[in-house]
Write a protein that binds this ligand. Structure first.
Ligand code: ADP
Length: 248
């Protein structure tokens, strides 16, 4: 029951897309400050329990938790709109992907080192000509999804390597897996297989949309292979002409 709108002029469609992007970016930006104030006061009340606030402790915790969720959604919406627009205006730069991934590996091991069997295979001196921030979003979203959708005790492998085709980034997990019919829709904004699970683990439903757009800007795209109950592989290839060999 969708209404079909026919655009005579393709520019009109581009303008509409631009208006939508600007609106989302502005609305998100406007919501940031009030939310910071809200969660700031809530945090203060939680940290200073008194006779009066004691009976409110549980609702206060809930409110703080929800305010934090809203903040994550807003941050993701802002990331998405900055990837869709700003990034194009700047010139691509040399990005030390190996260093970025080493730091991420260290952080994951510090937080979840005990919970998973981790394998990091990161080729040294392998970088890209591109945009650092969107690339970081790609890596961090795919790695944090592997953590969030893999029960503790599972195995997570992260690979960064090169071959004739280009540079490959891959995250493989032994997690819950995804039914085939969902795969084509995972990169849509707010599309989730299991909304409750996504929320409980701190998901915003925007992660893979960010990954998709960020990869497009790097001349790459996301490939997803998955088997329910066995695990998933999220991977992408960056074309050879964007691959850099970095010096120390
Ligand atoms: P979310 O914040 O909900 O994780 P994403 O856009 O990152 O949003 O992912 C969209 C959906 O794809 C998730 O809700 C989840 O159902 C599914 N998904 C993503 N990564 C994995 C994974 N590694 N294993 C299983 N399912 C996944």
């Amino acid at each position: 029951n969708h209404k079909l709108v026919v655009f005579e002029d393709v520019n009109e469609l581009y303008n509409l897309a631009q208006i939508r992007r600007d609106f989302v970016a502005n609305a998100s930006h406007e919501l940031r400050t009030p939310l910071t104030v809200l969660s700031g006061y809530l945090e203060m009340m939680i940290d200073m329990p008194s006779e009066e606030t004691q009976m409110w402790q549980k609702p206060l915790d809930q409110m703080f938790h929800q305010a934090k969720r809203m903040q994550s959604i807003i941050e993701d919406l802002l990331t998405l709109s900055s990837i869709e627009s700003d990034v194009l205006l700047k010139a691509p730069e040399a990005v030390a992907v190996d260093d970025i991934l080493q730091i991420m590996a260290r952080d994951q091991l510090a937080i979840y080192g005990e919970d998973y069997e981790w394998h990091f295979e990161i080729a040294e001196h392998l970088g890209l000509k591109g945009y650092a921030e969107p690339l970081k979003s790609v890596f961090s979203n795919l790695i944090s999804n592997a953590v969030r959708y893999t029960p503790k005790g599972g195995k997570i492998q992260v690979r960064w390597y090169r071959d004739q085709q280009g540079a490959h980034f891959e995250v493989q997990d032994t997690g819950i897996g995804i039914l085939k019919e969902h795969i084509p829709r995972l990169t849509e904004r707010f599309y989730r297989v299991d909304t409750a699970r996504s929320r409980d683990t701190g998901g915003t439903g925007l992660g893979l949309a960010i990954v998709k757009h960020a990869l497009e800007k790097q001349g790459s795209f996301l490939a997803i292979e998955s088997q329910i109950g066995k695990g998933s592989i999220f991977s992408c290839v960056f074309p050879a002409e964007r691959v850099l060999t970095l010096k120390d």
